[in-house]
Write a protein that binds this ligand. Structure first.
Ligand SMILES: Nc1ncnc2c1ncn2[C@@H]1O[C@H](COP(=O)(O)OP(=O)(O)OP(=O)(O)O)[C@@H](O)[C@H]1O
Ligand SMILES: CC(C)(CO)[C@@H](O)C(=O)NCCC(=O)O
Ligand SMILES: [Mn+2]
Length: 900
């Protein structure tokens, strides 16, 4: 690679972890590719839509591999992967990397999909490509670094993993969308150096499209920042327009936005980011923007600015609302004294300059908001740089002059509005179809963010990531240095005391990039259709505030060494695994430290996000499944006693059996490797002993005990009209699923209800995954005719039962038992983003059973659904028990919420 470890290429974000795999669109493309090819030929190039040409597709690698690479020799490189915004100061680059491999459909999935009718209805005519969006920036002065970066990653040819690149094809005319002045100025250079033509998109169009996209598609994008306090704002899509968009780049553009593509540039100012950086550099001899900004944090502007008090002999001018500390004239003090530039501290100069420019921008923005009666002002552009003092100053100006009427808001992707807009203008990405639930934001550690200077291309390769983490450890606390929170004490009278505490160090530019993640585009995600109200739905039960975070910080930190041991062992305990284990440990600790200092750093973060972050972090260092051997051991032990349990259950009458079944689910939920108290228990006995002990301790009434209501519903109200389809969200491997949920599923099947077991797509702790379930069910089916027939009817035994001959053919038709994946790899579930398979299964469901702490307590305890819902869990955490139910550890929850 050309641009390695030198210069100051600033990679905002590195490669992310593995996202949830795409799967729905492949078969759609195959069937329609011929028609599409004709259609594309007739349309102008820029309006073609994403289509993967799957003809001639071949699996590359062995079929035994988990996800073999599929080569698409005939896929043209028509899908562009890169867009640029070349501004006066910075080049912003956004590139798209497709998920490296297309997932192959296993037999289970194909047969389930057929059963759920997924091959017919619900087709999107133009599939969105699954992949990731990366955000990178360079200094415009160092354009060469940008060119080297593009060239080293072959982004202009669709990326190094693009098939055309592999086959060495050289398309004659590659068009790349570009905006900003540099799209004109540097067009020839791009042609010369990379052989690409820049397709110019209007800068204002792009800024607006980018802002609208972010406000629509990213859940926690916009926030307010006042007096050092950051708060995310919930944007109501139906009440977004009109707003004022102020882009503070080198210069400032002020745009009134009335809708998608509907806007007017109403004003601008030439006093902007370029002014601060340019003047600041001349006056302080700083070598970088960050250095200048960092200086300001140690500055005292009263040595430079002329304050009202300086003019009024230390008094306020209260008649017109000005306090003595109000700046009367920026830099005004420097006129009267007989001093040279060198007599002033660079720190003070930087602060005065920063304040002067930020305040001025805030004030001009307010005046424009006033001019058009707008209440909301969004500020973008890299001048903001997530810097607390800058944002506070702008907010103060807006708030003060509008007397609290108008509100200043900032965007996490502040500097990338134009580049995003340019990227969006490739209609062929189909991104205009993109919905909020298609995007998953991940926070990888791959981004190189050492110190203030960030080097080199993104750390794509695992080894580079690990070395980087090793370096990071040597660098000590650099990325966990506190964010400077220059809490400005305002006088409330147009005054602005100088910041009282501004911190010592400016968070390095790239570590500030920890505020934005890689955006994973997962077109197969959907909103769960049975949510009563997706708009008001909030997955997390408890707000992860500072206090709550502290508690979880300790739990997760304490748990870390053990998790690393398991992860390393799961990969054979080799030296390489140990190295990855250490890197994972440091990476996750760094995330925790970052969140500890600023819980809102990654958007509004709940426990569900935090637990998922840990799993993603493991995956980033290629730990596929840390608990694999524990899961296998517990499955085997539980399957061995299942026949006895089933016999015992079958000897009971229906009523006693239903109670025993629910008790069984609650008792078996004790096997949770995420709970420290439980893990300690596991050393004290065998799985079966613990299970028995747990059952024996079941004492009704439980902490929440709606069992009688559920029993009435099952055995009385619905005696002759059983539930049509029950979705059972399963939790852990071993006893939990085998001795708890499977027997309950069997009972529902016996009642004539279809049962869909819903499990994770990817591993999380010892949770059972959708991939693992068919084998468990096949094993259980050996001892149970009900399960066997249902599993057969659900297409689950295609492989596993092959070779087992019995009298199945003569058996009466059974209702099916099916397995679907939930679309996530976390111990919790966010019903706003589930797999399309689960969404399809939900269409005919009239009963939901959520099992386990993650899915029914940490998340969804308060979620309301359109059908009957049963939430079952054992509380394995004292604090949670106290907080939620005023209860104790090992309390049981059986919450039934029927729809009337
Ligand atoms: N690392 C950096 N190097 C240079 N400037 C930076 C850096 N980080 C933030 N800035 C600030 O961001 C400004 C550039 O912001 P941005 O990239 O949004 O504008 P631009 O597109 O380059 O300018 P314009 O839109 O006016 O052409 C700089 O003028 C400077 O004030
Ligand atoms: C010239 C642009 C649009 C280039 O991005 C920007 O720097 C800007 O808006 N400058 C302010 C010019 C003015 O309106 O006075
Ligand atoms: Mn710009």
């Amino acid at each position: 690679m050309a641009a390695n470890n030198s210069g100051s290429i600033q990679e905002e974000l590195g490669e992310g972890g593995t996202g949830v795999k795409r799967e729905a669109e492949e078969e759609e493309s195959t069937s329609s590719s011929a028609a599409q090819a004709t259609a594309t030929a007739m349309l102008p190039r820029s309006s073609s839509r994403p289509q993967l040409d799957l003809s001639g597709a071949a699996i590359h690698g062995t079929l035994e591999e988990r996800d073999p690479t599929i080569l698409l020799p005939n896929q043209s490189d028509d899908i562009s992967h890169l867009a640029l915004d070349i501004g006066g100061s910075l080049i912003k680059l956004i590139y798209f990397s497709r998920h490296a491999e297309l997932s192959t459909e296993d037999k289970r999935k194909i047969s389930t999909k057929r059963r759920l009718g997924m091959f017919n209805g619900g087709r999107r005519s133009y599939p969105i490509l699954g992949g990731r969006l990366h955000f990178v920036k360079f200094e415009t002065e160092k354009l060469n670094e940008c060119l080297d970066f593009i060239s080293s990653k072959q982004l202009h040819r669709g990326g190094v993993d693009s098939p055309s690149w592999r086959s060495g094809a050289q398309p004659d005319d590659i068009l790349i969308k570009a905006t900003g002045g540099g799209a004109y100025k540097y067009a020839d250079l791009f042609k010369e150096r990379l052989g690409v033509s820049l397709e110019k998109e209007d800068e204002m169009d792009c800024l607006v499209a980018g802002a609208n996209f972010l406000l629509k598609a990213i859940r926690h994008e916009a926030f307010t920042h006042m007096d050092g306090h950051k708060e995310y704002v919930q944007i109501d899509q139906n009440d977004l327009f009109p707003f004022l968009l102020v882009n503070v780049g080198s210069g400032v553009s002020i745009i009134k936005v009335d809708g998608h593509g509907k806007f007017q540039r109403v004003s601008g100012t030439n006093v902007g980011g370029g002014t601060y950086w340019g003047l600041g550099r001349l006056m302080t001899k700083c070598k970088s923007f960050d250095e200048l900004l960092e200086l300001s944090q140690r500055g005292d502007n009263s040595t430079i600015d002329m304050l009202v008090g300086d003019i009024y002999g230390g008094l306020d001018y209260s008649k017109i609302g000005l306090s003595a500390s109000t700046i009367a004239s920026s830099f005004g003090k420097t006129i009267s004294e007989n001093k040279e530039l060198s007599d002033y501290r660079p720190e003070d100069i930087s602060l005065s300059l920063l304040r002067m420019i930020s305040y001025n921008i805030g004030q001009i923005s307010y005046l424009n908001a006033l001019r058009y009666g707008l209440k909301r002002i969004f500020f973008g552009g890299f001048f903001i740089r997530g810097h607390a003092y800058t944002m506070d100053t702008i907010s103060f100006a807006v708030n003060f002059w509008s007397k609290g009427e108008a509100q200043a808001m900032f965007l996490r992707h502040e500097g990338f509005l134009g580049a995003l807009g340019a990227f969006m203008s490739y209609e062929k990405h189909g991104l205009d179809d993109l919905r909020i639930h298609h995007l998953v934001e991940r926070f990888p550690m791959g981004a190189p963010y050492v110190g203030g200077k960030i080097h080199g291309p993104p750390l794509g390769d695992l080894n580079e990531k690990i070395s980087w983490m090793e370096k990071f450890v040597q660098k000590g606390t650099q990325i966990i240095a506190p964010v400077p929170m220059g809490v400005p004490a305002t006088t409330g009278m147009g005054g602005f005391e100088r910041p009282t505490s501004k911190g010592d160090i400016l968070r390095s530019d790239a570590s500030a990039a920890l505020n934005v993640g890689v955006l994973h585009l997962v077109p197969t995600l959907d909103v769960f259709p049975l949510l009563e109200d997706p708009k008001t739905y909030e997955p997390n039960t408890i707000d992860l505030d500072q206090d709550e975070f502290k508690y979880w910080f300790k739990i997760l930190s304490d748990h870390l060494p053990d998790l690393v041991d398991k992860a390393v062992a799961s990969e054979g305990g080799t030296d390489d695994a140990k190295r990855r284990g250490d890197a994972f440990s440091h990476a996750f600790s760094a995330h925790l430290a970052r969140l500890m200092e600023e819980p809102a750093a990654y958007g509004k973060f709940g426990l569900a996000n935090l637990l998922e972050l840990r799993e993603e972090c493991l995956r980033e260092f290629q730990f596929v499944d840390a608990y694999i051997s524990i899961k296998q051991r517990e499955n085997e032990a539980s399957l061995a006693v299942l026949p006895d349990l089933l016999m015992e259950l079958d000897s009971m009458n229906e009523e006693a059996r239903l109670l025993a079944l629910i008790e069984g689910v609650l008792a078996a939920n004790i096997f949770d490797w995420g709970s420290r108290a439980c893990v300690e228990l596991y050393h004290k006995g065998t799985i079966i002993e613990i299970y028995r002990m747990s059952r024996k301790k079941m004492q009704r009434p439980w902490r929440i005990d709606d069992f009688d209501m559920f029993k009435k519903r099952m055995l009385t109200d619905r005696k002759d009209q059983p539930y049509k389809r029950a979705l059972l969200f399963v939790d852990n491997s071993g006893a939990d699923v085998v001795l708890g949920m499977l027997p309950l599923a069997r009972e529902l099947l016996r009642h004539g209800s279809e049962v869909v077991l819903v499990a994770n797509s990817l591993p999380a702790l010892n949770d059972v995954t959708a991939n693992e379930l068919p084998e468990i069910i096949a094993e259980a089916s050996k001892h149970c005719g009900i399960l066997r027939k249902a599993a057969e009817a659900g297409g689950l035994l295609v492989d596993a039962m092959a070779g087992i001959q019995d009298d199945l053919k003569d058996a009466p038709e059974s209702v099916p038992l099916m397995v679907v994946e939930n679309g996530c790899g976390s111990p919790c579930i966010d019903f706003r983003q589930v797999s399309s398979e689960l969404a399809a299964a939900a269409k005919d469901a009239d009963l939901l059973i959520l099992e386990g702490m993650g899915r029914s307590l940490h998340t969804n305890l308060n979620a309301r659904f359109k059908c009957d819902a049963l939430k079952l869990a054992m509380v394995k955490n004292q604090r949670l028990a106290e907080k939620l139910f005023n209860g104790n550890i090992y309390d049981c929850i059986c919450k039934f919420e029927p729809v009337s």
